[in-house]
Design a protein around this ligand. Structure first.
Ligand code: AMP
Length: 282
């Protein structure tokens, strides 16, 4: 039986009970509108822990004023059904008032530098919103592990850094990106795309793969690898918000000649959706 909690104190009580039985607890933070990508996180969490809590919270703090907070999909009943089917122990679905009783959060958690690059350039308050809510969720659910998707590489790297810097006793587990057959990374925001736009969106992955092939063939010039991805996007009349090569863990811009493990990340607007994707190099 999947337990559903709306109140922080009720989830806390349940967690306390599980911990007294020495159960290992995993947290999977989501904004709902669940798809196979989210379920891959749940499966990994179930492998590594005894009880899995999935949080469903469309966090206002991580949306900019012009962003899609109001129209973000919230199909709670079907989400819950999915989670019941896969045997999740608990769902935490608080209201915005429960999470932010005074309407705002006067305390914010910021991971400096890493939050200002890549998506942070056009979404200046986004990652502060993410790290603040994830810190709250860690304090509320006290998980032993927490699973995050590699699709949002910047988020994963920032949350990892936060857990280290603030000594959260949580192991951060990374889960590979789940894709459609076309290569398109699953995302709740794919719902904003028409069938034609979805076909265009599959080019993001093809662009990343073109760059990866170059890397695999021995190319180490950051500019050339980036250009390979950009060329494919431009051919399709897509203007990326960014295509960048960064160091895997620090998110610092890669040197001209790649040495250590890097991530090629991009963001592209297609129709009403802003899509992101990335691949690991090395
Ligand atoms: P969201 O609901 O979009 O905030 O995502 C919740 C979690 O699911 C985050 O850790 C995401 O990185 C992860 N996630 C979203 N899409 C995918 C995907 N296609 N594959 C793997 N993980 C994903």
């Amino acid at each position: 039986m999947t337990q559903v909690f709306r109140a922080i104190k009720d989830l806390r009580g349940w967690v306390l009970g599980r911990k007294s039985q020495h159960r290992r607890i995993a947290l999977v933070p989501t904004m709902g509108a669940l798809h196979r990508g989210h379920l891959a996180l749940v499966t990994e969490a179930q492998h590594q822990a005894d009880d899995v809590i999935v949080s469903i919270f469309v966090n206002p703090l991580q949306f900019g004023p012009q962003e899609d907070l109001a129209r973000y999909p919230r199909p709670f009943e079907s989400d819950l059904q999915l989670l019941q089917q896969v045997g999740v122990a608990a769902v935490f679905a608080p209201s915005a008032e429960e999470m932010y009783p005074s309407g705002v959060s006067r305390t914010r958690v910021t991971v400096e530098t890493m939050s200002d690059v890549l998506c942070g350039r056009t979404r200046p308050t986004h990652f502060e919103g993410v790290t603040t809510v994830v810190a709250k969720l860690f304090n509320i659910a006290e998980p032993d592990i927490a699973c995050f998707g590699q699709k949002d590489w910047q988020q994963l790297a920032i949350v990892r850094q936060m857990a280290i810097d603030l000594n959260f006793p949580v192991e951060i587990v990374a889960v590979p990106t789940v894709r459609e057959d076309t290569g398109l990374a699953l995302s709740s925001r794919n719902q904003y795309l028409s069938a034609e736009e979805k076909m265009q969106a599959a080019l993001l992955y093809q662009a990343l793969m073109a760059a990866r092939r170059l890397y695999d063939a021995g190319e180490r010039s950051a500019a050339k690898i980036r250009a390979a991805a950009e060329a494919l996007l431009h051919e399709a009349d897509l203007t990326p918000e960014y295509v960048e090569l960064v160091e895997r863990d620090t998110l610092k811009e890669s040197p001209d000649r790649l040495t250590g493990p890097s991530v090629l990340a991009l963001a592209v607007r297609i129709g009403r959706a802003r899509l992101i994707d990335n691949v690991m190099l090395g």
